[in-house]
Design a protein around this ligand. Sequence first.
Ligand code: GLU
Length: 564
Amino acid sequence: MKTLLLAAALTAPLATPAVQAAPAAQSVAPARGVVTSADPRATEAGQAILRQGGTATDAAMAMMLALTVVEPQSSGIGGGGFLVHNDGRTGKVETIDGRETAPAADTARLFLGPDGQPLPFAQAFPGGRSVGVPGNVRLLAQAHKRWGKLPWKALFQPAIRLAEQGYAATPPLVNGVRIVSPIWANTNFDDARALYGDAKVGETIKNPRLAALLRTLSEQGPDAFYTGDNATELLRVATQSRVAPSSMTAADLAGYRAIERAPVCGTYRRYRICSMAPPSSGGVTVLEILGMLERFDLRKLGKDSPVAWHLIAEAMQLAYADRDTYLGDPAFVNNPIAGMLAPAYLRQRSALIAPDHALGTYAPGHPAGAGRMTAALSSEVPATTHFIAVDKRGDIATMTSTVEGPFGSQLIANGYVLNNELTDFTFAPEKDGAPVANRPEGGKRPLSSMAPTIVYDRSGKAIFSVGAAGGRTIIMQVAKALIAHLDWGMPAREALGTPLIFFNADGLVLEQGTWLAAMKPALEKLGHRVTIGKLGLKANAVEWTPRGWVGAADPRSVGTALPE
Ligand code: GLU
């Protein structure tokens, strides 16, 4: 009986939106920009660009370049990313896909061993095989052309200075080195070892080769990355790697295009939320999670209720089952996005969620437009970075950028890390006789979890933006931050700092060392298998407040936020 009453109390009628805790947007604050990133030097670079009169895009791109220097374990010009842009005047949201792309000659067998079985991840990522054609420099050029104001050259200056004059190694950089340094015992990875092998927290690292390349790019433009000397060097490193040489060609590099894509948008309570479309699964999956949760009154339950976290966990597992089954590069896969986000489908998926017990198995649904595909997990491990700039015009540039795992493929060309993004493909091309949507294919972009997201109020004004790093956890970090801010009324930094719930093959994982971990017995009582574990988390956000835009970095990270 008690559970029945509970279920009734939790189920808010769809027609009556719950009272919202998040502050309504007010336009009384002085217009002033803000920047936030996962590294203080990159945040300063963004601030300097805003202060020179740069746009949000200018500042975000300067942060992307600075992060290439100071956070090489996570992201850079040897990798790719996704940018979501809001026009402050019109509220129009647009995106650029700078995702790395598999060389044309790669096949579905890319990550199969001689025995036809998927390679172990540890064997798959080091060396040339995992390197996708980098997308960030084309994305930078496209973004600057669309929304930049400062000269192209100006965006490079903070990064050039950092590479030339040096910067102090951070704990995350040294930790990244600790994780991968056994691989650097192989002389194939001498360049990585020479640059970072001896890094100690606080000690200065200089990167003159990268400084020289950045100067060349600042003077000659993006083609100097994809053709000419840099292309020759990139190809030499990737294709002559003694570990798993790449099939990349000069044509793969010269032919790379950043793609402008429509965002994926949906509603959650009285908000409109826009994020990245495939080849990132981020936007669709965040919206599916929220869509399934909409009928529950999470605000009333509050963050201290195990039932709230149970509902979130159920929606998460159902949404990830769909994501793992249906999404992939739209040039190769028919993504049934409209079907996955249709209100009737979300209601049907949500109806599987009971407030008083765990479902136990989380099979994909059958959204309209879905082909015959099969679920298979790709093996993402935490790295990546997110940064956001808002300018006084109200434009927002919110970007997640990555080289995939710590130090990517472990290969270095001209001082930058070459990504291992192709390991985001699902290694086994088929399962149970059906094709895997995210199988490797020549010219294809691997499925991502990155979810640069912007929230709009009823009037169409942007009020919040968030994004995260951490492989598959990205989607859940973003969904959790949205729930914490929009339902629980938390300011951005608190919303980011709220503990995370995630899952693996053994059941739910509660973030170690947090108050959420104390909910283990209560969640077990609801039928979940629960472990407590470390999760590699790192997010950034900006929020509109009565004081204007305020930025926030994850309290778990060394990141910062600065006003213009
Ligand atoms: N490569 C992952 C993706 O694109 C992100 C990796 C990470 O955050 O660790 O989704």
